[in-house]
Design a protein around this ligand. Sequence first.
Ligand code: SAH
Length: 225
Amino acid sequence: MSFQQDDIQRRGIGMTSQRTRERLIQRLYDEGLSNSKVLEVIRRTPRHLFVDEALSHRAYEDTALPIGNNQTISQPYMVGRMTELLLANGPLDKVLEIGTGSGYQTAVLAQLVERVFSVERIQSLQERAKEQLAELNLRNVVYRWGDGWDGWNALAPYNGIIVTAGASEVPQALLDQLAVGGRLVIPVGEGNDQQLLLIVREEHGFVRHALEGARFVPLLSGTLA
Ligand code: SAH
């Protein structure tokens, strides 16, 4: 772990001042994020390396930014919030992520859980994310180019599932692939009318918690090179 952390810290220096990052962390704290482990991981993860160089000066603003292919890197608040919700009942060993995108949420998760399984429908985005995580020496991630509506059945069940795109409904496959005691965090709805849901699988069914509004790019079907 310590090599990995050194690596991440070293690569973060220079490009963007530590002070800008501290401001972001303070803001996330003020907005209600409270898991100090999650905040610390966000503090040390170099978000500017996950966006185009032309946008790197905005990387520590609490906002989504374009990453090409009509997709966006998620807003840091949402990354933190969803990660906190996943971890709220204790550490997780197997987490399925739908929507690798830039790999930023993946990088945050990889530092907090044992193993991340990340599915993305756009191959070129995923290739870039893969390279970035390898450079940061985050090795506990396995990637799959595929349609997240199907989850990743071969490696199920998962203790945690996180979906980083807005789904028109909760994909049945993800419910099926959730372990008993497992937690699914997913924005559901269309356009500006999405709501973040936490779904917990219990012995005899699912408990659904409706949380705040959200605004993610849509969870689409099929794959794209
Ligand atoms: N967590 C990412 C968010 C990227 S935006 C980040 O912070 O960078 C949402 C991502 O979900 C996009 O990359 C999009 O291509 C992907 N996506 C949309 N529908 C999908 C599907 N059905 N299966 C897998 N990935 C999907």
